[in-house]
Design a binder for this molecule. Structure first.
Ligand SMILES: [Zn+2]
Ligand SMILES: [Zn+2]
Length: 239
């Protein structure tokens, strides 16, 4: 009997749900059982036309924060709300860089059409990790995401343009405004000529307060970026 490679692979390494580890019948992404798939919250309209925060009802409009010009980017969109099973997906991405996780995220991105919101970028910048963290973990999950989920823009990924340094002061010792300044100082643009006048796509795993991508956006804007858009897999909402 002849079995295709995929079938042999599934026999040897039975695919499991990335949320609850339930055994699945096929390794075709998304690797989620029906229960976990039903728990996904896709972030769509109605939402803030700038930062992408969802609203309970009504039409798309600018949120209060964006009306005040609080963000350094032009547009931010997240694929899913950060809660189980998405939090499990993110953990697996952060600590194992699991290929099945990447394939699952890529498939969910395709199904939701999230990339339709974005302008075609000239450069794709994964949010960098500090070099000590990178050494500890062995890879940057934002880079793994950009490489695995944006095949159309592989050649535009520029891993060395944005740098992350050790923050000057520990964040915990600072007030809100000082934290933001401290975080901005943690990023720098190593190749300003690449950024000047460019449409930039920043990629990261999770958007919580937006402080990290805002800090990146500030230094990119100073370096002359024309447009800055932010793609994150998950968005977490405090409270
Ligand atoms: Zn499951
Ligand atoms: Zn907003």
């Amino acid at each position: 009997m002849f079995l295709p490679f995929a079938a042999i692979h599934d026999l040897l390494f039975p695919p499991r749900c990335l949320g609850c580890a339930l055994r699945l019948g096929s390794s075709r992404p998304p690797l989620l059982c029906p229960d976990c798939a039903a728990d996904l919250v896709v972030l769509g309209s109605p939402l803030c036309t700038c930062c992408g925060v969802p609203f309970p009802g009504g039409a798309d409009h600018l949120c209060g924060d964006c009306l005040l010009g609080s963000h350094g980017f032009d547009l931010a969109r997240s694929l899913l709300q950060y809660k189980p099973p998405v939090s499990d997906l993110i953990l697996s991405l952060k600590f194992t860089g699991n290929l099945a996780t990447i394939a699952t995220i890529r498939e969910l991105m395709a199904r939701t059409g999230i990339m339709d919101h974005f302008t075609e970028p000239e450069i794709v910048l994964p949010v960098p990790l500090h070099v000590d963290r990178l050494r500890q973990r062995g890879f940057n999950q934002a880079m793994v995401l950009a490489k695995g989920c944006l095949p159309q823009w592989q050649k535009r990924i520029a891993p060395l343009v944005l740098r992350r340094h050790q923050p000057t002061l520990p964040q915990s010792s600072l007030s809100g405004k000082e934290r933001r300044t401290n975080l901005i100082r943690a990023f720098s643009v190593a190749e300003p000529a690449v950024v000047r006048g460019a449409v930039v796509l920043l990629v990261d795993d999770v958007y919580t307060t937006g402080s990290t991508v805002n800090a990146c956006s500030k230094v990119l804007r100073t370096a002359g970026a024309k447009r800055i858009e932010v793609l994150t897999v998950a968005r977490s909402f405090a409270g």
